[in-house]
Design a binder for this molecule. Structure first.
Ligand SMILES: Cc1cc2nc3c(=O)[nH]c(=O)nc-3n(C[C@H](O)[C@H](O)[C@H](O)COP(=O)(O)OP(=O)(O)OC[C@H]3O[C@@H](n4cnc5c(N)ncnc54)[C@H](O)[C@@H]3O)c2cc1C
Length: 407
């Protein structure tokens, strides 16, 4: 990631490799938690395992905060917020960052505020992202700041640009301001020795995002990778697009920064395609997405000298495959171009076992005030609630560790 040494020899020398990570090793997975913290996590994940409770709790929680009920904020702060958010501000996230660092895990800072709509909001997000870059430049454990262009621009405007509609004068001015915000972030990251991840979003606004991020990668990814775009492998056109962009980068003499994800908006994408009568951009089934994901991982590992990548997933198989391919190609496990990432508060069995085996791992750590990160927290609660009623993998592992510690 951004701790990449510009003078390093990109052709890495293989070192003696230790055993491959064991994702069932709960001792390593939860070593960062005291007995009390582990118990609290067990309690929270048990609650989240009840879908009816998550659905009712989400509804009540959202309205209680909206109505400013005094107890709501403190309940959320001591439960979901504590589990999934680094802190209410950059400074308040420091203990989280340090705890992760003590367990060989880096932090990707992610300002968790969503659904912004006014120019004032977009400028406020920009200022916060710039503050995060400044903060990261002074902290070796934070090599990357993550951002969403929909937090810096209006969605209807991005959609209009993607459709190729004629823009009014005020829309043209608004778009110029968006480009300036994106440029300001990339330039600050470049100057401060930090990297910036641009998230992937809905397919109907992704093209202007790709265009802006590609321009920034071409401008700044010369000596090191400063800017990363995100590729959603549930889209059937994305693997080819990522490879095409990598070839373009090679031909033009810059390095690609590629964060890969499966994609977060599947239902929304399919619904819109159906309603508007165009073919869905999403693969028809999970195995097809998984195959594209594997192919993308293999491509990134094989091309590690010219592409810096981040495998952002909670899928154990995808992590294991990347780890095995890194070893198979005899690449150093801590090569700065090969990274893994999970969300803070989730999949600790992947993060800390990968870190323990010497691979580069970072947690995506969102931060922001309780009322600002509610939508993010509700999504995490939904994601961790089991629709089938089966115990979640996470909860199963926590139980195993509680038993192992004899608690
Ligand atoms: C660090 C981090 C950063 C992220 N950043 C982004 C981002 O910038 N943009 C973004 O969109 N998402 C992002 N995500 C979320 C990501 O896209 C996935 O939604 C989430 O991680 C679940 O996928 P998985 O690979 O972890 O695991 P899995 O549980 O193996 O995969 C679930 C995913 O598979 C796909 N899928 C499921 N069923 C089907 C089906 N029937 N047909 C086709 N595909 C299917 C969907 O994408 C679904 O989310 C990020 C995730 C992490 C961990």
């Amino acid at each position: 990631m951004a701790n990449l040494d510009p003078n390093m020899n990109l052709q890495s020398t293989p070192t003696q490799q230790s055993a491959i990570p064991d994702f069932t090793d709960t001792e390593v997975a939860f070593a960062h938690l005291s007995d009390q913290e582990l118990r609290r996590m067990e309690w929270l994940f048990s609650l989240m395992n009840k879908p009816w409770l998550v659905n009712t709790g989400s509804f009540v929680g959202l309205w209680s905060v909206k109505w400013n009920l005094p107890f709501a904020r403190s309940i959320i702060r001591s439960t979901l917020f504590r589990q999934f958010v680094g802190g209410e501000s950059l400074l308040k996230s420091l203990p989280t960052i340090e705890k992760l660092a003590a367990n060989n895990t880096l932090t990707v800072l992610d300002y968790g505020v969503e659904n912004k709509e006014t120019e004032e909001d977009f400028n406020a997000t920009l200022r916060e992202n710039l503050r995060a870059i400044e903060f990261a430049s002074g902290n070796d454990h934070v090599p990357v700041v993550s951002t969403k262009i929909s937090g810096l621009a209006s969605n209807p405007l991005l959609e209009k640009i993607q459709r190729g509609d004629q823009l009014s004068k005020s829309e043209e001015d608004a778009f110029k301001a968006v480009v300036k915000r994106v440029e300001a972030l990339a330039m600050a990251a470049h100057e401060k020795g930090v990297a910036v991840f641009f998230d992937a979003e809905e397919s109907w606004i992704q093209q202007p995002i790709d265009d802006m991020v590609n321009t920034m990668m071409k401008r700044y990814n010369k000596d090191r990778v400063v800017v990363y775009n995100t590729y959603q492998l549930y889209r059937h056109d994305r693997l080819a697009y990522m490879i095409e962009t990598a070839e373009k980068a090679k031909a033009e003499g810059w390095m690609l920064g590629a964060k890969i994800v499966r994609g977060a908006y599947m239902e929304k994408e399919r619904l819109r395609a159906k309603e508007m009568g165009y073919p869905s951009p999403i693969y028809p089934d999970k195995p097809s997405t998984d195959q594209a994901y594997d192919d993308a991982v293999r491509f990134l590992v094989e091309n590690y000298t010219t592409i810096a990548s981040c495998n952002a997933t909670h899928n154990a198989k995808s992590c294991m495959k990347m780890a095995a391919w890194i070893d198979e190609l005899r690449i150093d496990r801590d090569h700065p171009h090969l990274n893994f990432s999970q969300l803070y508060g989730m999949s600790d069995h992947l993060t800390f076992n990968l870190a323990n085996s010497g691979y580069n791992v970072a947690k995506y750590v969102p931060y922001g005030r309780v009322e600002e990160v509610i939508p993010y927290l509700l999504r995490r609660a939904q994601e961790n609630s089991s629709v089938t009623g089966e115990m979640s993998r996470e909860l199963e592992l926590i139980h195993t560790e509680v038993k192992r510690r004899g608690l």
